[in-house]
Unconditional design. Structure first.
Length: 288
């Protein structure tokens, strides 16, 4: 949906399995963002301006994970299929030395991407992400099982139009420490609630979520010759700090930075600090 003007003008690009809507702001070394399930480019609205000011070109696509506006009925929406879609996006725009910034489910997709198609990537930021056996985390594993059943998604999503229900654990209560602005919450929730084709995409992705994908990626971490910044919240309700420590131990060039006063959606709860950490990281690992 991309309702925030801070993300830059909206564009569309035709890929082999459909069109992707994205926003493009700034100039310089490219940063491509990978959001998670049931959010879209608006997740990065408070991160992009600081990175643009630091000399980056920021590209924020709406990936087909349930809050997108253009259905992709012909796309392979398995985790590997979406990772390949991200790689095709980088290819189509001829982006090189890219910084990938990922959060939540998007981090699982990025781990598949960087172990499968790393050639255009210069560095990676994993900010509170699914990994190893945690894809998806509880209690959302049970919810995704239900979501696979035809006809269940709309009844699950319909009550989320009410602000007081958005703070329950199966709403945004476990992923954001601070309540979302209502226009942003609706940017995330409205597409799947209103469009059956978007719900079909969401259902197909949900059906494929399985820790075998993240475990397979982790088996290849030793081969990843990329600087990786792991950013984790000390108060995360879904991803314990032990997962961050495993990532740093297993990825040869990884470092860990922690934040507080945040849950999983660090771009929502601590956007200024996340921006600062990304800028420091990209400067430290700038291309020669």
């Amino acid at each position: 949906m991309g309702i925030s003007s801070a993300l830059g003008p909206a564009r569309e690009i035709a890929l082999s399995s459909g069109r992707i809507r994205y926003h493009d702001a700034g100039a310089g070394s490219p940063v491509v963002f990978v959001h998670g399930l049931l959010v879209n480019a608006d997740l990065w609205r408070d991160v992009v301006p600081g990175l643009v000011a630091a000399g980056h070109r920021c590209l924020t696509p709406d990936w087909p994970l349930g809050s997108h506006s253009i259905p992709m009925p012909d796309a392979d929406l398995t985790p590997t299929g979406v990772a390949d879609l991200i790689a095709e996006f980088l290819d189509a725009l001829d982006l090189t030395d890219v910084t990938i910034v990922a959060n939540d489910t998007g981090g699982a997709l990025t781990q598949i991407l960087m172990t499968r198609r790393p050639e255009r990537i210069g560095r990676v930021v994993l900010a509170a992400v699914d990994c190893y056996e945690t894809f998806p985390p509880q209690p959302f594993a049970a919810l995704l099982k239900v979501a696979k059943i035809p006809g269940t998604l709309l009844p699950l999503l319909a009550p989320m139009r009410w602000k007081f229900l958005q703070r329950i654990p199966l709403g945004f209560g476990l992923v954001t420490n601070h309540a979302l602005p209502q226009d942003i919450a609706q940017s995330y929730l409205r597409p799947a609630r209103r469009d059956g084709a978007i719900r079909d995409d969401l259902r197909r992705f949900a059906a494929g979520v399985d820790p075998r994908y993240t475990s397979a990626a982790a088996e290849r971490f030793a081969e990843v010759d990329l600087p990786v910044l792991v950013v984790w919240s000390t108060e995360d309700k879904l991803f314990p700090m032990t997962l961050a420590e495993r990532l740093v131990a297993d990825l040869p060039r990884a470092t860990l930075r922690t934040v507080s006063d945040s849950y999983t959606f660090i771009p929502e709860d601590q956007p200024e600090l996340l921006t600062q950490l990304i800028v420091e990281f990209t400067r430290l690992h700038a291309a020669p």
